[in-house]
Ligand binder design. Structure first.
Ligand code: NAD
Length: 361
């Protein structure tokens, strides 16, 4: 069987790691028909649209995509293409397994956590009012008359919607994932003590859903405490389910526990489509240098292999990655004890080494 997959190389260092991932996945023996689609700043310059409809159509047709990171201009310009894609395709669950491979640079001996991040709402909903705009001024006036809120007139405002429907389905996704993968516990993460009507709702719905899954333990943690606990006692946690923004932040924290962004994979999953992508961004200062670590994107490809049921190929690749990391010679600078280590290899060398390891197995 040949799998048609939309491949979005991304920008910055994206194309280099995407090429490494493609070569490695092709070498597993699974047949892929890669449909290359471009998005981001360069495409916006040419077509006026950072996320052309043709990219979304390709994913709708193939139902499967893997993407490199895309740069988002800070403060001004278009909003994140990645965020738009998640919303357009209703990829409501961001799944980020954080499993430590032996040999990574980490303070811990073993880490095996899973992050389930809500992907469609919260402060990422894109409902924003620019400082000084008429809309911001109207909103400030309206809120003042509604409940006496005092908001300085020079404020910018971002709105945080959290709904019952979106919370219900993300928490169910977390429990279903736990059941399907032999996980014991789901922890809901929130700040319900402060944001009673958004995070409070998230917690209330999570508690309701948990009653439908008596075989999986459920607990909740306030997000700031969760961050400290993850650093001090990560072994106490298993699957975590979080609203969008906390999920984003805690993902990077957990990437830090398992050896850094260079080895943190992910997937955006909805009822109809799945788009795989690393947790990290486009690391633009290393563009074209054949330097950054392709393993996070390759591990995202490994998640894709498991998603489509290619278990034998996935296990073979997983074993090759484990051997590569443990041996520690064919790894990029970020995985060396010292970042200036002259023995660090380049992005494409990691792919070459993995291909050799799979063939030698
Ligand atoms: P980043 O993840 O690109 O970089 C953070 C740090 O991690 C940097 O020091 C970088 O060099 C390092 N790093 C990242 N990936 C690495 C890799 N594969 N190997 C080795 N080191 C790696 O985050 P940033 O600098 O905050 O963001 C850069 C751009 O990426 C921004 O425009 C941001 O919006 C975008 N971004 C995109 C996505 C996405 O497309 N999914 C996700 C996050 C950030």
């Amino acid at each position: 069987m040949t799998y048609s997959v939309t491949l979005i190389p991304g920008d910055g260092t994206g194309p280099e790691i995407a090429e490494a991932m493609r070569r490695v996945l092709d070498a597993t023996g699974v047949e892929f028909d890669w449909h290359i689609q471009n998005a981001g700043a360069e495409v916006a310059e040419k077509t006026g649209e950072p996320l052309p409809e043709s990219v979304l159509d390709s994913i709708r047709e193939n139902k499967l995509a893997i993407k490199g990171p895309l740069t988002t201009p800070v403060g001004t310009g278009f909003r994140s293409v990645t965020v738009a894609m998640r919303k357009e395709l209703d990829l409501y669950a961001c799944l980020r397994p954080c499993k430590m491979y032996k040999g990574v640079r980490s303070f811990y001996d073993e880490i095996d956590l899973v992050i389930v991040r809500e992907n469609t709402e919260d402060l990422y909903a894109g409902i924003e009012f620019e400082r000084g705009s008429q809309a911001a001024s109207d909103l400030i006036g309206h809120l003042s008359s509604l409940n006496g809120s005092v908001i300085p007139s020079d404020s910018g405002i971002s709105i945080k919607p959290i709904s019952v429907e979106a919370t219900d389905r993300i928490v169910r996704f977390a429990f279903d994932y736990a059941l399907a993968n032999g996980r014991k516990k789901v922890t809901a993460v929130h700040k319900a003590n402060i944001m009673k009507f958004s995070d409070g709702l998230f917690l209330e719905v999570a508690r309701d859903v948990a009653r439908d899954y008596p075989e999986v333990e459920f607990e909740d943690r306030i997000v700031d405490n969760m961050c400290m606990q993850l650093v001090q006692k990560p072994e106490l946690y298993d699957v975590m389910v979080l609203p969008n923004l906390y999920g984003d932040i805690v993902s990077d924290l957990c990437a830090g526990l398992i050896g850094g962004l260079g080895v943190a994979p992910g997937a955006n999953i909805g009822d109809d489509f799945a788009v795989f992508e690393a947790t990290h961004g486009s690391a633009p200062r290393y563009t074209g240098m054949n330097k950054v670590n392709p393993l996070a994107m390759i591990l995202s490809g490994l998640m894709m292999l498991r998603h489509i049921g290619e278990t034998t190929a996935a296990d073979m690749l997983d074993s090759a990655i484990a051997r590569l990391i443990e041996a520690g010679d064919s790894v990029t600078y970020d995985m060396k004890p010292n970042r200036d280590d002259p023995t660090a290899v380049g992005t494409s060398d990691v792919a070459d080494a993995l291909i050799r390891l799979m063939h030698d197995a």
